[in-house]
Design a protein around this ligand. Structure first.
Ligand code: ATP
Ligand code: MG
Length: 389
């Protein structure tokens, strides 16, 4: 029996004239993501996208998992396809729903006829298919008000679909429709979650990671790659730039007051990320900061880091508690990777008494003890690209 996926369009429907762009972006994301699993036809008609596997041995559980992570989809369903013939539809429904009905007690049938040439009207289709199912599965009964299973029969131009309940989609809007932004990604819990949240709002991601070999290991960088691969299941592919940060950190440690280490380091990060962002057509930076979580995330500290760059900085976690952030990181499957204990460049050089109420002027004065321009130029020149799929 041929199984397909039917996708109901989400918030997209609200976008008026932009609707076509949104639909195209969604179809593009779907195609690209599905190409990793097999060959599919992806078609859009009457506010529904259908995903049809070309080969019958396609693993549909894998397809469901993939589709459930594509932004712009409010809900979708697995469905079977049959000819537009009432007897064929009944038989297909009986066979296709057998497993679903094993655990159900009540059901109802809803029919939708978008092909008005089909010789039966919707109420007739519902009654016929419902009657057939009642006979075939004697343990279930009809309940029109609160059924365990709603069976939907759709008569469309190219065939008929039978499906049971809807599966919740990832929500959000299609990646790419919101432009591009550059996320500062560490190996921690927060920045992968921040990446996911901005991708959900349609942002295409580019990632920048700062590494300080030999203080940070190759494995620490591989951890970041693994995190981004998990984020990419939602955001789609992206470029990751690894910036050599050792020289800058050593210079700060040698020449600046210890209590300002972290802040000055963070200011360098923002400035370098902004340069890479501009080179890659990004128009905002993204960080995983959450107000008050650590010393470098007080309002005064954020004021200091924010002043290091001109681009808007998106901090989608700013008002969230750690528990809420962890909940999302579990949901998107980054948590177990994030908690693996590899050094981040931030943890390698942590001052004993970081300033929590820094004054911007003092921070800038401290930073200006260094030859910032040359340091930044060298760091940017040493950037390494990794493609994340
Ligand atoms: P995370 O869980 O994302 O590591 P955090 O709570 O550890 O965040 P900080 O270490 O203060 O917080 O970092 C704040 C933000 O700065 C991070 O969310 C990330 O966006 C960015 N950042 C920190 N370290 C790095 C790094 N090595 N490379 C790139 N960005 C970084
Ligand atoms: Mg961190």
């Amino acid at each position: 029996m041929k199984e397909i996926i039917l996708i109901k369009l989400g918030e997209i429907v609200l976008k008026g004239l932009n609707r076509r762009n949104f639909e195209d972006a969604l179809v593009r994301s779907l195609k690209r993501r599905l190409a990793k699993i097999g060959e599919f036809q992806v078609k859009i008609a009457q506010s529904t996208i259908s995903v049809t596997p070309v080969y019958d041995d396609t693993d549909m559980d894998e397809v469901v998992d993939c589709v459930s992570k594509v932004f712009g989809i409010a809900a979708f369903a697995r469905a079977c396809v049959t000819e537009k013939d009432l007897d064929k539809i009944k038989e297909a429904a009986g066979e296709y729903l057998a497993e679903t009905f094993e655990t159900a007690k009540t059901f109802k049938v809803e029919a939708k006829r978008s092909d008005k040439k089909f010789p039966y009207q919707s109420p007739e289709i519902s009654a016929e298919v419902g009657g057939y199912l009642l006979e075939k599965f004697p343990h279930i009964s009809v309940n029109v008000h609160n059924p365990d299973v709603i069976v939907t029969v759709e008569i469309r131009d190219f065939g008929a679909y039978v499906r049971a309940g809807l599966i919740r989609g990832a929500g959000g809007i299609p990646v790419g429709t919101g432009g591009k932004a550059c996320v500062l990604i560490s190996g921690g819990i927060d920045s992968p979650v921040a990446s996911y949240m901005m991708a959900k709002r349609g942002i295409e991601l580019t990632a920048v990671h700062f590494a300080s070999p030999p203080y940070t290991s190759v494995r620490a960088e591989e951890k970041v790659v693994e995190l981004l691969q998990r984020v990419a299941k939602y955001s789609g592919r992206m470029k990751m730039f690894t910036v050599p940060f050792t020289e800058i950190q050593q210079e700060i440690r040698e020449k600046c007051k210890e209590d300002y280490f972290t802040l000055i380091m963070r200011r360098f990060m923002m400035e370098i990320a902004e340069i890479i962002a501009r080179q890659n057509d990004c128009h905002a930076l993204i960080t995983g900061e959450s107000l008050g979580q650590v010393a470098s995330q007080t309002i005064r500290a954020i004021e200091c880091t924010d002043a290091a760059c001109d681009m808007p900085v998106f901090r989608p976690l700013i008002g969230m508690d750690k528990e809420e952030i962890i909940e999302i990181s579990r949901k998107i499957n980054t948590f177990e990777v994030s908690i693996q204990p590899y050094e981040d460049c931030c943890t390698v050089f942590t001052p004993k008494h970081p300033k929590t109420q820094p004054a911007l002027k003092e921070v800038i004065a401290e930073q200006n003890k260094l030859d910032c321009k040359a340091l930044i130029e060298r760091a940017v020149a040493g950037v390494k690209l990794t493609n994340i799929e």
